[in-house]
Design a protein around this ligand. Structure first.
Ligand code: B12
Length: 333
């Protein structure tokens, strides 16, 4: 280990957090470029400084220490600086090319941005498309760019159906998909279920896998789980199902000004049910119900049981298999 690898970054971490919270990308850039100038590697800045700072900010926001807008400002500052640093790396003409994006519907661009930045640092040509790219727009782009692979990030398991659409679009034009991110489950089991050609746990493993894997998109696609007719019909009826579930919750159980939050939480619960049906694993739903149990009270809502009852009553009517998954997840809880 050289001196710079051993450098203690804890003081810098405080400075990074405070510049990020102040929404000050310039200040943040100065701290980080100072460290790079002293010989601290880009990897360390990314993995030992910026990512942990973002995670802490997220956790403290969830605990109510920071406002939502403070978290947004901090995330924007960190993403700006990662983009700025990554934008200064060369894109060698003859290097292997990877397209990096987040699953359809997934707004968490920072994890994908970070993935792309690391690949750029390692000397790959990297085309970063941002978050929430519609699968229908992706295939044509991949066809024209002919990358070696699509590197796909998915932060929440509620976006597994979106990730499935992204993977199908990539396979349609013969491009293999390497997946990663918390949305694919702890051991990545849902990634292979929906047709990814590979899954890796950490950003540090991406390059090695891309150098050593031997993907077969046709076989992965043939084995992928896709929505059946009942699930597709549920996906198509999504707005109506949420509205009917909301209407089934007694008005007096919803605190004033909490209607939008209740609708959003019903939507998340329904997304998790759709994802659970897709991958045939009620664990996706159990995770969401556990998370809502922990977070709803923080938002002043204590009617989780009523919300689940309401959603269940609508699902029993429109999608019995989905109602079954929700019922089993509720029993597991
Ligand atoms: C920033 C943030 C947002 C921002 C994103 C802005 C942006 N430009 O990216 C915004 C405000 C848009 C957002 C929205 C939402 N968010 Co959010 N968000 C976060 C937050 C605070 C940080 C995420 C992040 O960027 N972390 C830094 C990255 C680099 O680290 P990471 O995500 O852990 O990724 C690591 C690994 O997963 C892996 N990885 C990731 N991608 C890939 C890809 C590959 C190929 C590989 C190998 C590895 C890999 O490597 C990364 C580095 O170690 C997290 C909380 C947290 N503590 O993480 C919540 C969090 C992810 N969000 C959450 C939620 C609930 C939401 C919303 C539903 C909120 C709402 N009610 O509206 C929406 C969903 C929007 C949508 N449709 O996607 C929850 C998810 C909970 C759950 N049960 O899944 C979290 C965990 C917060 C929480 N604890 O409650 N969010």
């Amino acid at each position: 280990m050289n001196d710079m690898e051993a450098t203690d970054l804890s003081a810098s971490r405080l400075a990074v957090t405070s510049a990020a919270l102040a929404g000050d990308p310039g200040g943040l850039y100065n701290i980080v470029s100072g460290l790079l100038g002293q010989g601290v590697s880009f990897d360390r800045v990314l993995f030992d400084l910026l990512i942990p700072a973002e995670r802490d900010l997220g956790t403290r926001w969830q605990q109510g220490d920071y406002l939502v807008s403070e978290e947004h400002a901090a995330t924007a500052a960190i993403e700006t600086v990662i983009s700025l640093l990554a934008g200064s790396f060369d894109q060698p003409e003859d290097a292997r090319t990877f397209v990096v994006t987040a699953a359809e519907g997934d707004d968490h661009s920072l994890p994908a941005r970070t993935t792309a930045a690391h690949l750029l640092f390692l000397g790959y040509r990297t085309l970063f498309l941002g978050a929430n790219v519609l699968a229908s727009d992706l295939a044509e782009y991949l066809k024209s760019e002919e990358p070696d692979a699509l590197v796909l990030s998915c932060t929440m398991s509620t976006h597994l159906p979106g990730a499935r659409a992204t993977i199908a679009a990539s396979h349609e034009v013969g491009v293999p998909v390497l997946a990663g991110g918390a949305g694919f489950g702890e051991d990545g089991r849902w990634a292979l279920d929906i047709g990814a050609d590979g899954w890796v746990a950490s950003l540090q493993e991406v390059a090695e896998t891309l150098e050593t894997w031997n993907p077969d998109p046709e076989t992965s696609e043939a084995a992928a789980k896709s929505p059946n007719a009942e699930l597709q019909s549920l996906i198509d009826q999504w707005p109506g199902v949420v509205a009917r579930a909301r209407a089934a919750i007694p008005e007096d159980s919803i605190p004033p000004n909490k209607n939008a939050r209740v609708l959003s939480e019903l939507g998340l619960a329904l997304d998790s049910v759709i994802a659970g049906v897709l991958v045939e694993d009620q664990g996706v739903v159990t995770d969401m119900l556990d998370w809502q149990k922990a977070t709803l009270p923080v938002h002043g809502i204590d009617s989780q049981d009523l919300m689940i009852d309401a959603l269940m009553s609508v699902l029993e009517d429109v999608a019995p298999a989905a109602a079954g998954v929700l019922a089993r997840a509720r029993e597991d809880k």
